[in-house]
Design a protein around this ligand. Structure first.
Ligand SMILES: CC(C)(COP(=O)(O)OP(=O)(O)OC[C@H]1O[C@@H](n2cnc3c(N)ncnc32)[C@H](O)[C@@H]1OP(=O)(O)O)[C@@H](O)C(=O)NCCC(=O)NCCS
Length: 181
C-alpha cells in the first residue's frame, strides 16, 4: 500500500490505489454522505473512473490536484477522502474538501483531515489563501471550517446543480498570516 503522505493522531492520508475501489464505493454510494455534494451516489463504474482520473492527476507536472485517501492508522481501513487543489499557482490560492464514511462521523476525524490539508497547503505547498465551500445546511462541515479559523466570506447563490436542485455555497477562506497566528 502507498506510504502515508500526512499523518494525524487517528488518520493518515495516502495516495489512492486501484484496489481501493470497494472502499470508495462504500461511502460514495451512501446518500447521507453525498447529500450536500455535487456528485453521487456513485456506482462501480463512476468510482473506477474517479480512481483513474485521480491516478492521472497525480502524474501531472506541476501537480494541481491532490485527491487522497483517508485511512485509519490503527486498522489501515480507508474511511474517506481529502482533497487539496491549486486554484491559482500564480496567486498561491488553493481549496480543500473532505468526505468520510458515515460510521466515522462525530469522532473529530473530519476536523483532523481538514487541519492536515490546511497545514500541508500552507507549510509544504506555499499557499497564501485556502478556500472551502459548504452547503449552508451542512452544519458539520461548516463547523469543521469554523474550527479551523476560516472566515465565512459570503454565500454564492445557486452555485451549482446538486441532485437536480440549485444549491447555494458558503465560501470560507483562511490566509497564510491567519494560519500562522
Ligand atoms: C463533514 C464531515 C467530514 C464532518 O466530519 P466529522 O468527523 O463528523 O466532523 P467532526 O467530528 O470533526 O466534527 C466537527 C464539528 O461539527 C460538529 N457537528 C457534527 N455534526 C453536526 C451536525 N449535524 N450539526 C451541527 N454540528 C455538527 C461537531 O460537534 C464538531 O464540532 P465541535 O468540535 O465544536 O463539537 C462529515 O460529516 C462528512 O463526511 N459529511 C459528508 C460529506 C460532506 O458533506 N463533506 C463536506 C462537503 S463541504
Amino acid at each position: 500500500m502507498a506510504p502515508w503522505l500526512l499523518e494525524g493522531k487517528t488518520v493518515a492520508l495516502r495516495e489512492y490505489a486501484p484496489e481501493d475501489s470497494q472502499a470508495v464505493l462504500a461511502y460514495a454510494q451512501d446518500r447521507d454522505v453525498t447529500r450536500y455534494l455535487p456528485w453521487g451516489p456513485e456506482g462501480t463504474q463512476e468510482v473506477d473512473a474517479f480512481l483513474a482520473r485521480v491516478a492521472a492527476d497525480a502524474l501531472q507536472q506541476p501537480r494541481t490536484q491532490y485527491e487522497v485517501a483517508v485511512v485509519r492508522k490503527d486498522t489501515g481501513a480507508l474511511i474517506g477522502a481529502g482533497r487539496l487543489g491549486i486554484l491559482s499557482a500564480e496567486h498561491r490560492r488553493g481549496d480543500i474538501g473532505y468526505v468520510l464514511r458515515r460510521d466515522s462521523w462525530g469522532q473529530g476525524i473530519g476536523s483532523e483531515v481538514a487541519r492536515l490539508l490546511v497545514d500541508w497547503g500552507f507549510r509544504s505547498l506555499g499557499l497564501h489563501r485556502i478556500e472551502a465551500t459548504c452547503d449552508p445546511r451542512n452544519h458539520a462541515s461548516r463547523r469543521v471550517l469554523e474550527k479551523l479559523g476560516m472566515n465565512c466570506e459570503g454565500c454564492r447563490r445557486d452555485d451549482f446543480l446538486s441532485h437536480g436542485e440549485w444549491r447555494d455555497s458558503l465560501l470560507f477562506a483562511l490566509l497564510e498570516d491567519e494560519w500562522r497566528a
